[in-house]
Design a protein around this ligand. Structure first.
Ligand SMILES: [Zn+2]
Length: 256
């Protein structure tokens, strides 16, 4: 299995052989090449969350069961989240919102509406900073705990689910999550609602949808609410059921 631990062990052994060879110049190119491969694996493992390179993230439910879960990241947003909540309510759907701590503080009444509607709340860091992945494990823990405290303050529940900002993983985040005890949740189907146009997005979603999928949306994108109802109707027409993330993954979303 290609993961951080295994590839690091192999690279260390290669390094050891190179050192024991007396830093043989003839082996230098080979050693350099293997080191380059190691670095490339570290980078791809960091970007591709579903490689589970640094730690395991849950990306989908059982593929044999016609169930789908909807997730919304980066909110709450003062206007766009409300539109999404209205559509979910109309169709009686339970979704998961991976909320950002500083957005909760800015939009408390919206956050309360998510909670009151009975949706699952996950932790998506406090700052969602571009530099989050360069933070020390201790700083990551502080961010995660700060958002957890906000979630607990307004929902009364201790969230167990965490989604890494930008879907980027690394050894620091691995350490941080071991400390906080969160389950990392990724996705199996990206909506590309932050980059694609409405029609392209729908085409992509309809073509790729599979049983057990966790769909990634953003409740900060305008286009999300515009396609959501059509997409929900499409899922229903296909005979698939939209369930809560906890039910899809057979896990508890909160610490009891
Ligand atoms: Zn995000």
């Amino acid at each position: 299995m290609i993961n951080y631990r295994n590839t690091s062990i192999v690279w260390l052994l290669v390094t050891l052989v190179f050192i024991l060879s007396g830093l043989n110049f003839n082996l230098l190119y080979g050693y350099g090449f293997l080191t380059l491969i190691y670095i490339v694996l570290l980078i791809i493992g960091s970007i591709k969350i579903n490689w589970n390179f640094y730690f395991k993230s849950r990306s989908h439910g059982r593929r044999q069961v016609s169930e789908i879960a909807l997730t919304f990241d980066d909110g709450p947003d003062e206007s766009k989240t409300i539109k999404i909540l209205d559509i979910l309510k109309k169709h009686n759907i339970e979704a998961a919102f991976f909320s950002v701590g500083n957005k909760i503080e800015k939009n408390i009444s919206v956050f309360n509406q998510i909670v009151e509607a009975g949706h699952i709340i996950g932790n998506h860091s406090y700052s969602h900073s571009f530099w989050f992945d360069f933070y020390s494990p201790a700083r990551m823990v502080r961010e995660i705990n700060r958002t957890d405290q906000l979630i607990q303050k307004y929902s009364g529940k201790k969230s167990l689910l965490f989604r890494p900002p930008y879907g980027v993983t690394n050894p620091f985040l691995s350490k941080a999550l071991k400390k906080t005890g969160h389950i990392s949740v990724s996705w199996s189907l990206r909506s590309f609602d932050t980059t694609k146009k409405k029609d392209d997005m729908m085409r992509h979603l309809k073509r790729r949808l599979k049983d057990g999928d966790i769909i990634l949306f953003h409740d900060t994108s305008k286009v999300t609410a515009e396609v959501l109802e059509d997409f929900i109707n499409f899922i229903k027409k296909k005979g698939k059921k939209i369930v809560g993330l906890d039910k899809l993954l057979k896990i508890s979303a909160y610490d009891s």
